[in-house]
Structures are given as structure tokens and as C-alpha cells.
Design a protein around this ligand. Structure first.
Ligand SMILES: *Cc1c(COP(=O)(O)O)cnc(C)c1O
Length: 655
């Protein structure tokens, strides 16, 4: 084990080392010792907790990681379930000709803070998932994230055929069939793993549709233990489930055709005792359409009592998108609410900024930023001290870049950051739309500017890879090595330096496709400024004093026209507002800029942390479901769920 890695995970958890005190959760909901509340089981295909554990690809995973960290800080009875990808997500390098290359490195259990789950006699725990006509075995690993246990399933088991051993080898790798198998292991295997580990009283949170098969296993378990019919069990299951959707475009949702489902679920359907048609109906909008594929999001929406999008705008987009699932309801009545994302502030705020706030605010600010990091308290920090901290974090970024990439930037210059997955809707190439305009800005010696890019394109996303090549070749062609750089292998550790050290963060997605976005929040938590399309979180956060809006949120006839106009809006903003303001050094330093920095911090602290987000999930979903679970699971007329399963969680018929 790398001792460093382990301590880092813990050191980002503010309260972990201290003696247990009465947690926020217990205080608020009055759950007393001896009272065993149901466990919240949080399922996600990826988790971004620390750079040493490469089981994340981007924002979805980071959000899941931050969810666990805040749940730990606030004392929620929560466990998490994911997959242990042996090779995780790829490491990125940029070759001589400026193209992305992918290298997969093993997540070696011995070198990362992870341990295998065992039974009473120290034998590795193993669960069984029926896939095709076979029984696939999976081990369970545990990562401790503060007080929260994260369980990861691993199909690399000696008893499995090679193709099954490979199910959990990489994140988002492989074809449809592999994705289906991964999602069977995550959903069905995940519920079985929880039972094998003794979590018999759970409510379930599906973070995105990947884990939606979990409802099948919950239904099956309710049918077995309570003699419910499929229909009754389905209704009861919904009362245990909450679902968060993240994808505002129809093409972004996992779907599987009937043949694929039939082949892979042939054995499982027998266990469930339902027909293929009944099964397919769960994942279709129009149940009687034989052509329609099984859609994981539809399955989750149909099977969860609470559903939400991840920003106000995304909630609305989702209600529009899924109206057809609720034909009797008007758009406003579609039962998808919104809970805006946040970030775990102790993870993403640079040390110097945390120390500054520790000095000027009451110590409670980390535990409850909404209350104790208010605008009025942040205003009491002297501009000079604030500015010093900003400079310190910027210099740390420049040193990091020099050390890791051997590139030298100037800490005096206005520094723009753009780093995230290179998915096409995020338009990483927008600034290059008019290369003449961009070059003019980059070569201006009176108001110098430097730009840092970073991000991975999915190995199969040719367009995303093209964008990387476009940026790297633009740099080469115009010899911009000291003005515009592309940092290879974006990950959590690089992100921490970037979000703390840049002056301005650029975010220019195609509205409304950025469901929330969280990287800009991390920047604002460090006092950095955002220039962003009015999409996702920024539509809620922008207040005229904490950054800039790019373009206007309107409909365009073509994407070309939209790209052109929005790129122009960025050039104009930079030239007429951002650069002059930054270089307005009439006094010792730019007071207006600093006041915007402080405003950025004040306007995110009170709202955009995962602490606030978790509190909302508790109020709106978890606690209402917990009250239901008492009704669903504690009525014992159908038998005790604990006694009907053996250690492996497989059904009695297979013992
Ligand atoms: C925060 C974060 C993201 C998410 O960025 P968005 O701009 O919200 O898409 C992706 N990757 C890493 C490493 C991050 O830290």
C-alpha cells in the first residue's frame, strides 16, 4: 500500500480523525443509538475519490466521490456500491504528432488503499450473478472513505470463463454486450453483495441509469421473502428507490436490444419468474412497441419513487424529455425534481484558502459553509490577505506545470483554464473558432494572456480526439508554447492545482447539455472567476458580480451559427471586460478584480457544496424513503428477509 495515498484520502475528510460526535444527520432527524436506521445504498458505475484509485472518468465519478465524502462528514448511514475495474480508465499521453494515446495500467490492490472482503473464517466473500446460461462469480473489495464504506465488485475470479473475468477490467471500455454485463454485475451483483455483507435493510440511490438492474434484484428478493407477485414487488421496490439522472440528451442513455437482453437474462428471468415481454416493458416508453430497446433510464424512472435532475434547468429539461412516460401528466407535473450538484469543499479548496478562512471565520465554516461562510463574513477578509492567497495558489500551479510538464508560464499573466472530458458537446475547440481573433489576444503584449487545456477524450470518441489534436497542432503551428498549453493526463490531482490556481475558468458547452457541471464550482470555492455559457449550475450561480455569461441563452438555427456567435462573445468579453479589469493596476493591485474573487467565493459557499446537496437528498428523498422502508421491510408476514438468503446471496433454489 502507498501510505501517502491512504492518508490523502483521509486528510481530505475534515472530521474523520476526530472522536465521534453527534452527527448532523442524527441531530437533524433525531435517530438515537440502538435505533438502526435503514442503510442508504448509493450505486454508481464510477467513483472519483482520489487519483490513486483510477475508477473514474469525469464529472459523474467526481460527484459520486464528493457525495460519499460529504455523507461521511454529515454522518449519514450510507454505503456505496461500484465496480473494481482492474485497469480502470486509461492514462493519456500526447504523441509527437499531437494525438492522444491510451495506456491502461493495473490498479494493483497491493498499492492502493483497498481490501478484500472476507467471511467469518477469512475466506474471500464471493457472490454469484446469472449471466447467459452461466453463473458468474464476483469478489467484493472495500475502500474506506472516511466513515463511508465503498464496496467494489470484481468479476476477475478464477472460477469464471475468461470473457467473464474481463467484465470488470476497464471503465466504459468494450462493446454493448460488455456494458450490459457490467451493469448486471453492478445492479444485480451489488444488491447480492450488500446482502452477503449483512445489509438487509436498505434504500437504494441509483446515480445515473447504469445501476438500474438493481431494481430487478430488489423485486426478486421481495417476491421470495414476502410472497409478493411481481406487480406487488414492483410497487414495493419503488418505495425503496431514488434515481438521479444526469444526461439531458436522448442518445446519452444506455439501451439494449431485445436479443441481447434475452440472451443475457435467460437464467435470471427464470429466477424472477417473469416473461421477456414483462421484463422489456420495464425499460420501454411504449410497452407494446416490439422495436423499442430496453432503456436503463426508463427502467430507473419507472422503478423509483423519487427522481431528480442535477440543476434547476436540467430538472426542467428532464421533465420535457420524459413527459411521454407520464402521459396523464402535464410537463410541470412530471415527477422529476431537481437537486443541484455541489462539490466537497474540503477536497477542492486549496490549503492556503482554507487556512485563510480558518483565520477569519468561525471554525464551523467547514462543517456548514451555508451558515458560516456567508457573504458578510467573507467580506471581513482584507483584500491584501485574499490577494496573497490567490497569488500563492497560482504560483503553486505554475510550479506544478513546470515540474510535471517542463513548461514555464508567467504567474503575472491572466491565466485561463479549460479542463474536463473532451466530450464534443463541451466544445473544447470553441476558442479556436476564429484563429485570427485568438492569435490577436494571445500576442497582445499590453494585456498578456495564457491558456491551459487538459482533458481526456473517450478512446472511441474520434471527434473528441480530433479536438485534442486541433489544439495541440494549433500550439505547434503558431509556436505558442509559452502562451497556450495542453497538459496530458488530466486527473484529480491536476484538477486540484488547476481549479485553485487559474484566474478564470472557461466553460462553453452547448446549452442545455451541461446538466450541471461542477468544475466551475471548484474554481469559485478558491475565489476564481467563471466565464460560462448560462447552462447547468451557472444559470443559478451567476449574479452579475462573480464572473461572466457567454452569449445569451437563446435558440440558434444552426450549430455553426451558434459556435460563431458564442466564440465571438468570448473574444469580446476578454478584450473589452476581462483583460482590462485584470490589468487595471491603478492602485497597488486590482481591487475590482479582488472584490469579484471574494464575491465568487461568497456566492458559491452558501450553496454549491455537496454538504447542502446531501442535506437536500436527505430532506427530499432519503428520509421520506427511510420512513417507507419501515413499512415495506419490517412487516414480517412474508418472512424475514435475512433468513432466506445464504452467504452468497443466491436464491434458495440454487443452494
Ligand atoms: C471536477 C472534475 C470534472 C468535471 O468537470 P466538468 O467541467 O464539470 O465536466 C472532470 N474531471 C475531473 C478530474 C474533475 O476534477
Amino acid at each position: 500500500m502507498q501510505p501517502g495515498a491512504h492518508t490523502d484520502i483521509l486528510s481530505s475528510m475534515e472530521e474523520t480523525d476526530k472522536k465521534p460526535e453527534i452527527s448532523w444527520f442524527r441531530k437533524k432527524y433525531g435517530i438515537t443509538v440502538g435505533d438502526l436506521p435503514p442503510t442508504i445504498a448509493y450505486f454508481s458505475a464510477e467513483f472519483g475519490i482520489h487519483e490513486s484509485l483510477k475508477i473514474y472518468s469525469g464529472g459523474l465519478g467526481i460527484l459520486a466521490g464528493d457525495h460519499l465524502k460529504s455523507a461521511s462528514d454529515l454522518g449519514l448511514p450510507l454505503v456505496a456500491v461500484g465496480l473494481f475495474y482492474h485497469q480502470g480508465y486509461f492514462n493519456q499521453s500526447i504523441n509527437e504528432s499531437g494525438h492522444q494515446e491510451e495506456v491502461y495500467l493495473d490498479n494493483e490492490p497491493k498499492k492502493i488503499p483497498i481490501e478484500q472482503c472476507t467471511d467469518d473464517v477469512k475466506k474471500p466473500l464471493c457472490i454469484i450473478i446469472p449471466i447467459n446460461k452461466d453463473l458468474v462469480s464476483a469478489y467484493i473489495w472495500k475502500v474506506q472513505v472516511g466513515r463511508v464504506s465503498l464496496y467494489l465488485l470484481d468479476s476477475n475470479h478464477e472460477a469464471n470463463k475468461p470473457e467473464y473475468r474481463a467484465i470488470t477490467d476497464t471503465l466504459y471500455g468494450g462493446d454493448k454486450e460488455k456494458r450490459l454485463c457490467q451493469e448486471m454485475v453492478l445492479g444485480i451483483g451489488g444488491v447480492r453483495a450488500l446482502q452477503a455483507l449483512g445489509y438487509n435493510n436498505c434504500i437504494y440511490h441509483m446515480n445515473e441509469g447504469h445501476s438500474a438492474f438493481l431494481v430487478l434484484e430488489v423485486i426478486r428478493s421481495l417476491m421470495n421473502t414476502k410472497n409478493y407477485s411481481f406487480k406487488e414487488a414492483k410497487t414495493a421496490c419503488a418505495r425503496l428507490c431514488t434515481f438521479t439522472t444526469h444526461t439531458p440528451v436522448p442518445a446519452g442513455h444506455d439501451t439494449f436490444n431485445e436479443k441481447l437482453i434475452e440472451d443475457h437474462f435467460v437464467e435470471y428471468l427464470k429466477e424472477l419468474g417473469i416473461s421477456l415481454n414483462e421484463f422489456m416493458a420495464l425499460g420501454k416508453i411504449n410497452e407494446s412497441d416490439p422495436q423499442e430497446n430496453f432503456n436503463m433510464t426508463v427502467c430507473a424512472l419507472r422503478s423509483a419513487q423519487f427522481c431528480n435532475g442535477v440543476s434547476k434547468l436540467h430538472g426542467k429539461t428532464s421533465r420535457q424529455m420524459w413527459m411521454k412516460l407520464f402521459p396523464e401528466k402535464t410537463e410541470d407535473q412530471v415527477p422529476i425534481i431537481s437537486i443541484t450538484n455541489g462539490v466537497h469543499h474540503p477536497t477542492w479548496m486549496g490549503r492556503p484558502m482554507q487556512e485563510l478562512l480558518n483565520k477569519h471565520l468561525t471554525p464551523e465554516w467547514t462543517k456548514n459553509p451555508a451558515e458560516f461562510a456567508s457573504r458578510s463574513t467573507i467580506e471581513t477578509i482584507p483584500d491584501e490577505s485574499f490577494s496573497k492567497v490567490r497569488v500563492k495558489m497560482k504560483e503553486a500551479l505554475m510550479q506544478y506545470i513546470e515540474k510535471t510538464h517542463n513548461l514555464i508560464l508567467n504567474p503575472e499573466y491572466l491565466t485561463i483554464g479549460f479542463a474536463r472530458r473532451f466530450a464534443t458537446y463541451k466544445r473544447a475547440g470553441l476558442l479556436l473558432q476564429d484563429s485570427e481573433q485568438l492569435l490577436k489576444l494571445l500576442t497582445n503584449t499590453e494585456h498578456p494572456l495564457q491558456i491551459i487545456y487538459a482533458g481526456k477524450a473517450h478512446p472511441k470518441d474520434a471527434k473528441g480526439k480530433m479536438l485534442i489534436h486541433m489544439i495541440t497542432s494549433f500550439i505547434k503551428e503558431h509556436n505558442l508554447k509559452t502562451k497556450m498549453i495542453f497538459l496530458e493526463n488530466y486527473d484529480i490531482s491536476m484538477a486540484k492545482f488547476l481549479v485553485a490556481g487559474v484566474d478564470m475558468w472557461l466553460n462553453n458547452p452547448l446549452r442545455p447539455q451541461e446538466a450541471s457541471g461542477t468544475s466551475g464550482m471548484k474554481v469559485a470555492f478558491n475565489g476564481g472567476l467563471n466565464a460560462s455559457i448560462s447552462d447547468g449550475w451557472w444559470e443559478e450561480a451567476y449574479n452579475g458580480k462573480n464572473g461572466w455569461i457567454i452569449g445569451t441563452p437563446k435558440e440558434y438555427k444552426t450549430i455553426e451559427e451558434q459556435n460563431k456567435e458564442e466564440a465571438k462573445s468570448i473574444y469580446t468579453l476578454l478584450e473589452t471586460q476581462i483583460l482590462p479589469l485584470y490589468y487595471n493596476q491603478a492602485s497597488a493591485f486590482p481591487h475590482t478584480w479582488i472584490s469579484m474573487n471574494k464575491e465568487a467565493l461568497a456566492s458559491v459557499c452558501h450553496y454549491f457544496s455537496t454538504h447542502r446537496m446531501i442535506q437536500e437528498y436527505c430532506d427530499k428523498a432519503y428520509v421520506p424513503l427511510m420512513k417507507e422502508v419501515t413499512k415495506v421491510c419490517h412487516s414480517r408476514e412474508g418472512g424475514n428477509p435475512e433468513t432466506k438468503f445464504n452467504k452468497t446471496g443466491s436464491p434458495p433454489s440454487r443452494e
